[in-house]
Every structure is written in C-alpha cells, then in structure tokens.
Design a protein around this ligand. Structure first.
Ligand code: ADP
Ligand code: MG
Length: 694
C-alpha cells in the first residue's frame, strides 16, 4: 500500500477520492459521504440506524417524484395553450393552471432542492465549487424565473425543467450509490463470517456470551454445524472443519487435539473444545478484515488522473457556462441564456469521471479476494494489467511444496536426527518435508539443543546441534567449505540428479556425513496454468537454485524456454533486473520465504500458499492457496478491470464533449441534459459491475 487515504464514506465504506461531502445526519453529527446518493441511501435505508428518519425521507422523495410528474403533465398543457392565445376563457384557465403548477413545484424544490442547495454552500471556501453548486444554480434559477413569470404573466415558465432536473439528479445519485453499496457488500459478507455468540466454560458452567467478551485462555465449545467463534487450539474432541472461506480449500479439514482452528470456519460433523490462544485482533479473520480495509483505502494512479480531471472540470465548466450565458444573453436575451447555461452545467457533471476508476478497481479487488487472491492495493491491481514477464521460483511454486524423502544414506541414525533438529528451524519446503519424514520414522528430537542457527540462502542451513557444528545443504554448500564428497555418496548423488531428485548433504566442518535425496513433482495444474499465461502473451521464466537436470524436465514438461538453474538468491535478482532493463514490467512468483528479496525486486511480488499468513511483507499479492491457476486468473481479472476503466473514461469523455457542444450551441434542453447525466452514470456503473463476470 503506497498511499493511504483515511476518509471513507459513512454509508458505502468506499474510500473517498477527491473531496468528501459532509452532511449532518442528525443530532449534530457530521459525517463524510462520497456522494449525495450515499447520503440519500443512508437516509432512505437507515443503514447505520435511524429507521424512522429513513421512512420519512423515502416518503419525501416519493412525494417529490409524484409532484414533479404532475408538474410535467400540466406543463405539457401549457405548451398547447400557447397555440390558442386569443381565446379569453382558455387564457383564464391557463393562468389558473400556472398557479397550480407553482403550488405543486414549490414543495419539490423544498424537498429535493434544499439538500442539494445546502451542500453546495456548506464549504468554508465559497470558491470551492462542487457538482451540487452547478445543479443548485441551474434548478433554482429556472424556478425563480418561472415564479417571476407567473406573477408578471410572462410566458417563460420552466417549473417542469426545475423539478425534473432535481428528480433526475436525485435518482441518478441513488443509482450510483446503490451500485457502490453492492460493491462494498463484500466487506459486509466478510464481517458476517464471524459469529456473534460463543459458548464458553466459566466456573465449570457452560454459558453463552457475545464474541467480543471472549478472552485469551477461555475454553469454547463448538457443536456440529456451528461456527467456530475464535482462533485457538483444540483441546478435546475432533471434527471436520470447513475452512474454505479462509484457505480456499474446499474439502473440510480434520481437526483433533492440538490442531489450530480459526474463527469463522464451520464445524461440519463433530464436537470441539477449543482453548482460545490469541486476542481477537490477531484472529485470522479479523486480520483479513483489517487488511481489506487498508487495501480499500489504497489509491491507483489512474484514480489520481481522473480526480484531477474532475477537479478541473468544475471551474472550467462554470466559466464556459458563464461565457455561454453572456453570449446568448446578447444574442437572444435572458431566457435563452439561462436555459443554455443550465444545460451546460447539467451535462458537465463529472460523476462518470470520478466513480469510473475507483468503482471498477474496488469490485476487482473484492472479486480477487473471493478467489483467494489478496491484492494489496488498487495501484497493484492496476500494475498487474501491464505485466509482460513472469518469473517463477521452483520449489513450492512450480513443484509441489511437499517433497518425498527417497534415499537416505548416513553414518548413523543420529546424523539424520541431528539434521532434522536443525531443519526444524528452517522454513524451506525441504526442511518441512524432512521433518515429516522424521516424524513418520518416530525419531524424537524434541530435547535436541540447537544454537546459532543460520539460513544460508541458496545453499542450506547451519548451526550447532548438541554442541556439534552441522551443515545441511546442496553440493555448492559442501564445495564452499572445501570438503570432499565420499565416493559412495557421489554415486548416489549422480543417481539422484538423473532421477531429477534434490540431493542434500549433511556435513560438519571436517567431512561429509550423509546424503538425503528428495523426489519432487511438478504440480498437476502447472501445464494448464502455463498454457493460460502463454495465451495472455506473457514471457515466462523459471529461476531455480536446483540442479540443471530438473531444469530440463521443466522445459520439456511445461514448454518454458527460459529455465535458469543453480542460481543463488542474488542471481535471481540479477535476472529480474535484466528483464526490467529491457523495459518489461516483471512479476515474480515464489513462496515469499527464501525468495523474499526477489519478490521485493520484481515490480510485483506474488507469494503462493500463504494460507492464513496473507500479510506476508515482501509480497504485493498473496495467494491463499498453492494453486498455480490463480496466476493467469489474476492477470485476466486485472486486464478486465483496466479495460473497464478505460471504456468508462473514454465514454465519459465522449459524452461530455458531445453534450457540452450541443449545450453550448443551444441545442440541448436542460431536462435532456439531466437525463443524459443520469444515463452516463448508469452506463459507468453498469460497465464497472461487468468486472464481476470476468
Ligand atoms: P528453488 O526454490 O529454486 O529450489 P532455493 O533457493 O529455495 O531454490 O533453494 C536452492 C537449493 O538450496 C535447494 O535446492 C537446496 O539444495 C538448498 N537448500 C535451501 N534451503 C535448504 C534447507 N533448508 N535445507 C537443505 N537445503 C537447502
Ligand atoms: Mg525456493
């Protein structure tokens, strides 16, 4: 997250780009809203409280709409009346109708016009124009001109224009906002995952308490079908738990004594007693929610551009409107001047500019999250669309994270145990796999003492185990220490390389003590994912610290031409730099642990298999699962979002150019200008929501 804006809309929760609107929501409480529509929605739906007020407001809006329609219908009678100007009876009737229209139009101005008027003057700096200023000037000048005409019996009556503009504008904003609310539903869904009650044991009794009161150390009971209310460790019972909302894994996971469980996941079949081990702020689900909030506040460069456009738009349009007024006043008099400048003000509403980008980006970010792809900012989503080259780490990325220990050759069992004890501190997939092997063999290393543990990136690990300085790592590591590999182990190593296995040596400062080989497997979905990426015209490359033998297999199996083997972490960085120097936007996919520097170096670092650890620092994108297919999916989504934003901006631009042209030349009725504005907002919204069916 490069830049944070801490203001978000009180109603929809979407970050406010540009200036916020501040409305009094009762009791003197003033809140920020992103648009008038959000304020409307807040008032009508009463979300965040105040139901009564809401109903009243909905009534106001409905009433205003009804009156505006009447005004409109009666006004069409007035148009007709002009054709028979000589009939005195008709003239009398027309006058009555004019007064009726005045009476009907006035409450509409009060109900729908006053809120807009208020907002346009609520700024401390009166030069600080907003769209409401334009609409208020337009609608109220039409209204007052009409009132003047009624009393002086002049024909210029524009009540229908004034009221229809207000109704259309209000409707347009309502539309705009309901789409934003839809877009922000995702946040609410996420929050709804958490149950609000928990059954805990206090003083030997089972009691139900609000989740907020659950404390570290509490024992929580979860029955079949219930949601787990807190993060903790199972102390009794077993059950299959549906964790799909957090891990993207569809199969329920067996949880038994000692397993970790997470708030918001569902106990599908058993009974669990859980000891809460973390405060609520550190529960995975809450960290997800917190993170989404931060992501939502990030801003993409494209939004900065559209914000600037929107900010310039108003003063420019106001000047144009004033110019048009002056010109038409001289040409055809006050009335025409008023109508033309009103049309100019209405057509130039920059809503399409200001909502086009943030709306599409936010929907994109939410859709990605649903797929278990955590993109940490709108700027990153935008940049993803321009990626031209993707580098992959190998172990755990192209190949399965779990490797099978195949051959073990060592002086004695003790050597293997010591290596295991050392690897317990490493986060490399090799270390994890070796430990699983040891557990299966029943080796107990729990009372082994490890000191001075160090990771040697690209080589292996070292440290003192029970006082003996040990090294576990690849051939390069051995050579670096100037040791000879015994002939027997050399033979085994050759064999391992031929079988495309990873050979790992155990040695001390004096000699090589043993060898373990790990069988690795390319992920089943890798060919599909790579094919999809190629279709997207991405350049692909694999960077690995492993031997060239396996590199060849990757080349053949996946059809990736560029596979570089035997690389140290700094070599991987050099490869990335080389591509960047060619002007390519580069993404690097890895596990985010031993390849963190490479992930940081790339324009976009993507960490796979983060599980519940999505906050990984080095990564711009965290994938909850290990599934490689998420990579092309992510690029596809980013491109779709970009396309939507560009079409939004393009059409908003075209619409404004044509509309302003028509308005300036006096060919656009203000009602049509208002209608066009509503339609353009509706288009931008509809277009942005398309991101959902990518
Ligand atoms: P890659 O992900 O491409 O396999 P790494 O940089 O993660 O590359 O690892 C390179 C090599 O370093 C591994 O193939 C292995 O031989 C060695 N290595 C790294 N970490 C360890 C470890 N914890 N234990 C043993 N060997 C390791
Ligand atoms: Mg690696």
């Amino acid at each position: 997250m490069k830049e944070n804006h801490n203001k978000e809309c009180f109603q929809c929760g979407i970050p406010i780009t540009g200036k916020s609107l501040r409305y009094d929501i009762g009791n003197g409480q003033v809140e920020d809203f992103c648009c008038f529509g959000c304020y409307l929605i807040y008032k009508t739906t009463g979300l965040r409280g105040e139901e009564g007020n809401a109903v009243a407001f909905l009534g106001k809006f409905g009433f205003g709409y009804f009156l505006a329609m009447l005004v409109f219908m009666l006004s069409t009678y007035l148009y007709g009346a002009h054709m028979t100007p000589d009939d005195p009876q008709a003239k009398q009737f027309t006058t009555i109708i004019k007064y009726v229209i005045l009476v009907l139009a006035t409450p509409v101005m009060l109900l729908l016009g006053i809120p807009i008027l208020k907002n346009s003057f609520s700024r401390h700096n009166w030069l600080n124009f907003n769209t409401d200023t334009l609409i208020a000037i337009g609608a109220f000048s039409a209204y007052f001109l009409s009132v003047y005409s009624v009393f002086t019996d002049k024909p210029s009556i524009y009540f229908e224009t004034a009221t229809m503009i207000l109704v259309l504008v209000t409707f347009g904003r309502y539309l705009e906002t309901s789409s934003r609310v839809k877009a922000s539903n995702f946040m609410k869904e996420l929050m709804k995952l958490a149950p609000d009650k928990a059954t805990v044991i206090r003083d030997g009794k089972e009691i139900e308490i609000p989740v907020d009161d659950v404390k570290v150390g509490d024992t929580v009971l979860v029955k079949t079908g219930e949601k787990i209310p807190a993060d903790g460790i199972v102390v009794e019972g077993n059950a299959h738990v549906d964790e799909s909302m957090l891990t993207g894994e569809n199969k329920p996971v067996l949880k038994q004594k000692g397993s970790e469980v997470y708030a918001g996941t569902i106990n599908t079949d058993g009974f669990l007693k859980i000891k809460v081990n973390k405060p609520a702020s550190e529960w995975t689900l809450n960290k997800f929610i917190q993170m989404m909030k931060e992501i939502r506040n990030s801003k993409a460069p494209i939004s900065r551009i559209t914000d600037t456009v929107a900010a310039w738009f108003l003063p420019v349009m106001l000047t144009l409107a004033a110019g048009a007024f002056a010109y038409w006043y001289m040409e055809e008099g006050f009335e025409k001047a008023l109508i033309v400048s009103m049309s100019v003000l209405l057509i130039s509403c920059p809503c399409a500019f200001s909502i086009g980008a943030p709306l599409a980006l936010w929907i994109g970010l939410s859709e990605a999250f649903r797929e278990g792809i955590v993109i940490k900012g709108a700027d990153i989503l935008e940049k993803l669309a321009s990626v031209k080259k993707v580098f992959f780490d190998k172990t755990g990325t192209i190949t399965e994270r779990f490797l099978m220990v195949h051959r073990v050759k060592a002086k004695d069992e003790e050597t293997i145990k010591k290596a295991c004890a050392l690897e317990k501190l490493s986060q490399h997939p090799l270390a994890f796999s070796l430990n699983l092997y040891c557990r299966q063999k029943g080796f107990d290393t729990s009372n082994y003492k490890v000191e001075d543990f160090k990771t040697r990136y690209g080589y292996g690990v070292e440290g003192k185990v029970n006082g003996e300085h040990l090294f576990v790592g690849n051939k390069k590591f051995v050579e670096k220490h100037g040791l000879q590999i015994p002939e027997e182990l050399q033979k085994l190593e050759k064999q391992a390389e031929k079988d495309a296995e990873i050979p790992v040596f155990i040695f001390n400062k004096k000699k090589v003590l043993g060898l373990i080989t790990f069988a690795q497997k390319i992920k089943d979905e890798a060919p599909i994912a790579i094919r999809a990426l190629k279709k997207l015209k991405m350049k692909l490359a694999v960077l690995t610290g492993d031997t060239p033998y396996f590199a060849k297999i990757i080349k053949e199996k996946l059809g990736i031409d560029e596979v570089k083997a035997g690389l140290l972490p700094e070599d991987k960085i050099k490869e990335i730099e080389k591509a960047q120097k060619q002007g390519l936007v580069v993404a690097m996919v890895g596990d985010g642990i031993n390849d963190a520097p490479a992930l940081s170096k790339a324009d976009i670092g993507i960490a796979m298999g983060c599980g519940t650890d999505i906050t990984k620092e080095s990564a711009d994108v965290s994938l909850i699962s290990d599934d490689l297919r998420k990579i092309p999916l992510m690029f596809l989504l980013a491109k779709k979002v970009r396309r939507v934003i560009y079409t939004n901006i393009f059409w908003a631009f075209i619409y404004n150019i044509i509309g302003i042209g028509l308005a300036l030349t006096g060919k656009l009725n203000p009602i049509f200008a208002a209608l066009a504005m509503v339609l353009s907002s509706a288009f931008v919204i509809g277009n942005s929501v398309r991101v959902k069916n990518w």
